[in-house]
Write a protein that binds this ligand. Structure first.
Ligand code: GDP
Length: 395
């Protein structure tokens, strides 16, 4: 069996184990390293070749854009990752980096249960860090923090261990201050901490990363990192080999982000305003694959062969070819032509996709980004709102 076929089979198997699925977003202020990190995760998970990571996503997108003559505004990618002897299916929904895309970011957040917030170690939390955190928390999405570009502290700023520690701690405390300011006291404590393992550090560019659990496992501490970073290419290669970024980040995702079964009972009342006592609400809370189909599209892209592809979160039911589904805000139904899931960055058609997954559906010609698509007429997910309050800049 070819390598790709194996991955396809494994993703199809995992799709039926909602406890082992993580639907997540990576969100960041522009240039803090979201794209570099995403490429790196895909390469680390074996979804794209190591040599081309760093250019692969960008290139694919450009080629696609040229071929299709359209703008692709969100890359949805999936990968598998083994954590504590169990394989996980990790679905990543892209969030547009620019603050003007507030509506799109909210929509993407509604479809995920965890958000990895990437912050540049040198710049610290910036206005869009605040915006994406606000959008995540508002949708009931659990945050974790990755402090990127730590190599710059070592090589460009030539910081010593104390200075570096002070800076990293101040980034964490700024982020926690934002989180505290955005959550009500009775909410969960979703502040991040090094001790809990909800904070990672590293360099997406040089492909190494650490967290408290990883340091305990590998024995590599900040002293080793400083020494190896400073010793040039060989040192960096050693770091990359001994404490690869993708392992550290994907372990954090598997360990700390909720799976759909844990997340949906808590999140449905936040993201959906319909009747909480209805069977529909119950089947969404339970991630019931035998319930009515409830799908929220986050993104529509165009494929030259398949036509419009609606990508989004399936909260309940099972999507299959041939179903007639209602699309919110339109009359009548659309017929599902095909359904797929993502493998790396590519869509792979499958026979059926059950609740808890990110699905790619063709045939929903009336759907737009944000549409609620369902097997019964229902209250749609909240109307799509743009974040209009001014972004508070740090002084
Ligand atoms: P995005 O806008 O958040 O997607 O950021 P990109 O991933 O495109 O990165 C922005 C720039 O920062 C690029 O030039 C990257 O090569 C660079 N970059 C990303 N991660 C790191 C890192 O860990 N260290 C350093 N030194 N540069 C990085």
């Amino acid at each position: 069996m070819g390598r790709r076929k194996k991955i396809v089979n494994e993703c199809e198997r995992l799709m039926d184990e909602p406890e082992n699925i993580r639907n997540i977003a990576i969100a960041a202020h522009v240039d803090h390293g979201k794209t570099t990190l995403t490429d790196n995760l895909l390469a680390g998970a074996g979804m794209i070749s190591d040599e081309t990571a760093g250019q692969q996503l960008a290139m694919d997108t450009e080629e696609d854009e040229q071929e299709r003559g359209i703008t692709i505004d969100a890359a949805n990618v999936s990968m598998t990752h083994e954590y504590e002897d169990t394989n996980h299916l990790i679905n990543l929904i892209d969030t547009p980096g620019h603050v003007d895309f507030g509506g799109d970011v909210t929509r993407a957040m509604r479809a995920v249960d965890g958000a990895l917030v990437v912050v540049d170690a040198v710049e610290g939390a910036m206005p869009q860090t605040e915006t994406v955190l606000r959008q995540a928390l508002r949708e009931g999405v659990k945050p974790a923090l990755f402090i990127n570009k730590v190599d710059r502290l070592i090589n460009e700023l030539q910081e010593g261990p104390e200075e570096m520690q002070k800076r990293l701690l101040s980034v964490i405390s700024d982020v926690n201050e934002l989180i505290r300011g955005m959550t009500e006291e009775e909410d969960y404590d979703w502040t991040v901490s090094v001790e809990d393992g909800t904070v990672g550090f590293g360099s997406a560019l040089y492909k190494w990363g650490v967290s408290m659990p990883s340091m305990q496992r590998t024995g590599i501490d900040f002293g080793d990192i400083m020494e190896l970073e400073r010793s040039g290419e060989e040192g960096r290669e050693e770091l990359q080999e001994r404490t690869p970024l993708s392992n550290v980040v994907l372990d954090m995702v598997a360990e700390h982000f909720p799976n759909p079964v844990d997340a949906q009972p808590r999140r449905i009342p936040t993201v959906w305003r319909g009747d909480a006592d209805s069977d529909l609400a119950e089947s969404m809370r339970l991630v019931d694959e035998d319930g009515e189909v409830v799908f929220m599209s986050t993104d529509i892209s165009m494929d030259p062969h398949a036509g419009e592809i609606a990508t989004g979160r399936l909260f309940s039911g099972t999507i299959e070819k041939g179903q007639n589904l209602y699309v919110s805000g339109t009359a009548g139904t659309n017929r599902v032509q095909s359904v797929g899931i993502f493998m790396g960055g590519e869509r792979e058609e499958v026979d059926r996709v059950p609740a808890g997954n990110i699905a790619a559906v063709t045939g929903l010609k009336d759907a737009i980004a944000g549409s609620t698509v369902s097997s019964v007429e229902m209250t749609p997910f909240e109307s799509i709102e743009h974040i209009s309050e001014p972004v508070i800049t740090k002084s």
